[in-house]
Design a binder for this molecule. Sequence first.
Ligand code: ADP
Ligand code: MG
Length: 381
Amino acid sequence: MKFLSSLSKKQLAGKTVLVRLDLNVEASDIAHSIRIQRAIETIQFLCSRGARVVVASHRGRPQPLAEAMTNDQFPIPKISKGETLRMFKNVFQKALKEKVTFFDYFDFKKIKEEIAQDSNGIFLLENIRLLSGEEQNSKTLAKQLASLADMYVNDAFAVSHRAHASVAAITRYIPSYAGIELEQELVAFKRAKQKTADPLVLVLGGAKISDKIGVIRSFAHAEAVLTGGGIANTLFAAQGEYIGKSLYEKNVSLDDITRMKNVLLPLDVVWHEGKILDIGRGTAREYGDVIQAARMVIWNGPMGLTEQKKFRIGTRALWRAACASKAFVIIGGGETTSFIESIASAPQLRLKHIFLSIGGGAMLDYLSGKKLPGIEALERK
Ligand code: ADP
Ligand code: MG
């Protein structure tokens, strides 16, 4: 795999670089999102070395446009506030003090001409998932994207578990590099697989139960798997314990997981209106102790309904334990990281032993030992 960080100023000056970023955040989260901060750092890296930067990303889950709309209609019709990338024109302009051109159309010939007219600057494409070829990993779209630039950088770990055109297929048509953020992710996750990662602790919570619960099977070697949120509820239910109207998943076969001796369930929980909405204080203390004694902690998913103040105590306590721990701590998952970004102090966010991953699904796939198409594509010669 080739890394952007290894390229010199000379190798980048005057080049046009297409960067796949993950800008998929709520408008209200942009200001404090590490995802956006790291995207800005990568663009900065490129601009400061004299490259022109073309940014491709997705946001939300838009319905792909009809073919005709991608060429003839300016601006692209029918795009909602939650799906457009338009606001990043201002975000990047302000943070980077560079001219940013936003394309509200997908006529690649015209886009290419526009880029050629400027010798530097940042060019921002509209939500790439508006093109049906993106999720189909289409060669045609990959070639169109490749035609815009001299080289390609994947700096979107969070979508690297997807075989999409701007993540996977594009690497066949243009020299391709892992970006700075992606490199940091790979370094952090490599540490989790080393011998020095023992005792290793997995913390698993949240609401995407069916996506997550199977990950536990890959952690038979872990010292402990600490469960909370919908994951714990589902394990309680599988053991025949009463969970009332709590969030859980039916119809999953969990016998092997409930037999795993290292899987811990909450000792006490917080009930509200017939639902379990957080781990209890005793559990938070016990889990905190386990985290402090670990050498490696991997955490995905909140322990409770963190959208409501009353049910943040467990997740907040584990964050404090992570900060105080001597372990190397990787934290991922969209809601988990945005909650932590909202409660963490600036010095806590600078702690060297904590890495906030931008991956959710990608992190889970990686931990389960699955191959990530975006990473594979960069490894292919
Ligand atoms: P992440 O995005 O970090 O991977 P998920 O998407 O799996 O996490 O789940 C996050 C959601 O889980 C949050 O909105 C949180 O409120 C919810 N959650 C956690 N615990 C509970 C619970 N006990 N009951 C209901 N929702 C919960
Ligand atoms: Mg989520």
